[in-house]
Design a protein around this ligand. Sequence first.
Ligand code: PHE
Length: 355
Amino acid sequence: MALLFLWDSGRSGQFMNASDIAALKKQALGEAQAAGTADALEQVRIKYLGRKGLLPGIMTGLKDADPAERPAMGRLANELKQELAARLAARRGELQAGSAGDGAGAFDPTLPGRWRGLGARHPISRVIEETIRIFDTLGFSVADGPDIETEYHNFDALNTPDDHPSRDTQDTFWLEAGRLLRTQTSPVQIRVMESQPPPVRIIAPGRCYRRDTTDATHSANFHQIEGLYVDRRVSLADLKGDITYFAQRLMGADVKVRFRPHFFPFTEPSVEYDFSCHVCGGKGCRVCKQSGWIEISGAGMVNPKVFRKVGYDPDAVTGYAFGMGVERIAMIRYGIQDIRLLYDNDRRFLESLSL
Ligand code: PHE
């Protein structure tokens, strides 16, 4: 400030030396760069280069400077003048580009940000991921198989007779050359056992397809999670224990699991299993059709005929298998009354789920 006072006062630069000029140059260039408008820039120019500005003052004062220093100071003052003029011109160009509206310099940091919304996992993905995590604690790994299956893997190897109604064109989407869209994830059992010796402990989530007419509880495209556990002395008690453990981990400790006798060609004995209705706690409501139970899917002990198809020795190993309907689980877990809501991708619905 003392420096400026001297120059501002218009007195001769008698106390001025080379480093004063260097400091002044730094200050001038800084002010030019900081000018945010053409007006502010003009003020900087006037302050330093104007007729009564600081630089002419310095030039005038040179004559009083120490003769030994005078040439160096003159050179510095000239540099200051040239560099400042160049910086002013450059800054003027920048400010013009900014106001030209081409977007380049028109960034306004004071505008509020645009909220794009945070995505979230779809309930079907959540159920699949949680199921994988829970069965991982029981030592199961994840297996995979194709959506387009062979008749052999989807039916024959699973001991499904030729005249079984599920093979009907009214139930199954047949493709060319004996291929079909898999009606269940059970063919993954076959593919896994064909590819490795026992023991096996896998779950296989995936899409399935059936010629169902879509309504509140049916969709032609849905998801299952297949489970397969093969080892020495695996029993129905293991199946019941593991499914119940899974249900309690997923739905909460108070969920009940019910096993009912059933038939599947690839398991013997076979069961269907239900979870107590999450919505009414088992008392009966619209979601469970007043029964208090929600059917999840089928399960059973792997039929020895299936073991023989894949080259396993049914006298050496036993196993259990289950399928789970992912949509069913998602519906009771999140209290969804219509399966179609799961495929509409209406964000208002998806965001409304208590997650
Ligand atoms: N695949 C059967 C179905 O879709 C379910 C199931 C899987 C049954 C494994 C028994 C064993 O209905």
